[in-house]
Design a protein around this ligand. Structure first.
Ligand SMILES: Nc1ncnc2c1ncn2[C@@H]1O[C@H](COP(=O)(O)OP(=O)(O)OP(=O)(O)O)[C@@H](O)[C@H]1O
Ligand SMILES: [Mg+2]
Length: 245
């Protein structure tokens, strides 16, 4: 298992000669095998933080240190990301979309063995030959998650993966994320706008505001959580209150 430590992380962007401080001294400890949610308003730096963690973007300064029991391995290569929109290849079937990144490093037999395991886990078996245009948004998001899981990442980053879904599909997939987290012992960092979703999923909720971490709140409730439980509602109110300050 692997976790990570974010130390004094800054990111500046320059738009038309105007400096934007997207991340302003972020410090975070993400424990091995934990499910952490990050919640914050639009533009507060959530996506930028995830993109730096998975090396899609370079920080202006500061460090990301990966922690792992396995000292031999470069954990920075074992980080997977699920984007807000599924980003599937329209000309490939569900099965092929999940298989294609693996085929670079594994033979066909091994690849399809892994793909089938996740098709089954995510309830996509009967749609394996469908093309992205023939499946619903919720299914496409599951394919996108499956594609990332096939890589067997140690750390999974999710950037508002359920933003475009209806409430029913959203809850269903939230529960699937919890199942996968419990069964596969991954470290998950999940970004959302939605305070209820952050508390439903996270063992720790990191609140970001204007490029900074403004609070870290642990959620001492067992999965699967009851959103009408008074302790749940109290946490929700407390976090919402932080945004009203
Ligand atoms: N490639 C870029 N070039 C210039 N500025 C950028 C770039 N990416 C992000 N920014 C700026 O950095 C800030 C943080 O953006 P970011 O996308 O991380 O926010 P976010 O919290 O993910 O917002 P949302 O919830 O809307 O997705 C914003 O002010 C944005 O304009
Ligand atoms: Mg974003």
């Amino acid at each position: 298992m692997a976790g990570l430590i974010v130390k004094n992380l800054y990111k500046n962007f320059n738009i038309n000669n105007k400096e934007i401080l997207a991340l302003n001294n972020i410090n975070l400890y993400i424990e091995d095998g934990s499910f952490v949610t990050i919640v914050g308003k639009s533009g507060c730096g959530k996506t930028t933080l995830l993109r730096i963690i998975c090396s899609l973007e370079k920080q202006t300064c500061g460090e990301i240190e990966f922690t792992s029991d396995n000292k031999e391995e470069d954990i920075s290569r074992r980080v997977g990301i699920v984007f807000q929109e599924p980003r599937l290849m329209p000309w490939l079937t569900v099965e092929q979309n999940m298989a294609f990144p693996l085929l670079k490093n594994k033979n066909k037999e091994e690849t399809y063995y892994i793909v089938h395991k996740y098709l089954e886990m995510l309830g996509l078996e009967s749609f394996k030959d469908a093309y992205p245009s023939q499946i619903s948004g919720g299914m496409a998001q599951r394919v996108s998650l499956g594609r990332t899981l096939c890589y067997d990442p140690e750390i999974i980053l999710m950037d508002e993966p359920l933003g475009a879904l209806d409430a029913f599909n959203r809850r269903k997939l939230q529960n699937e994320f919890i199942n996968i987290f419990i069964e596969n012992k991954k470290t998950v960092i999940f970004v959302t706008h939605d305070v209820e979703e952050a508390i439903y999923l996270g063992q720790k909720v990191v609140v970001m505001d204007d490029g900074k971490v403004s609070s870290e709140i642990s959620v001492p409730l067992e999965y699967y959580r009851d959103t009408t439980d008074l302790r749940f509602l109290k946490l929700r109110e407390d976090i919402l209150h932080l945004f009203l300050k």
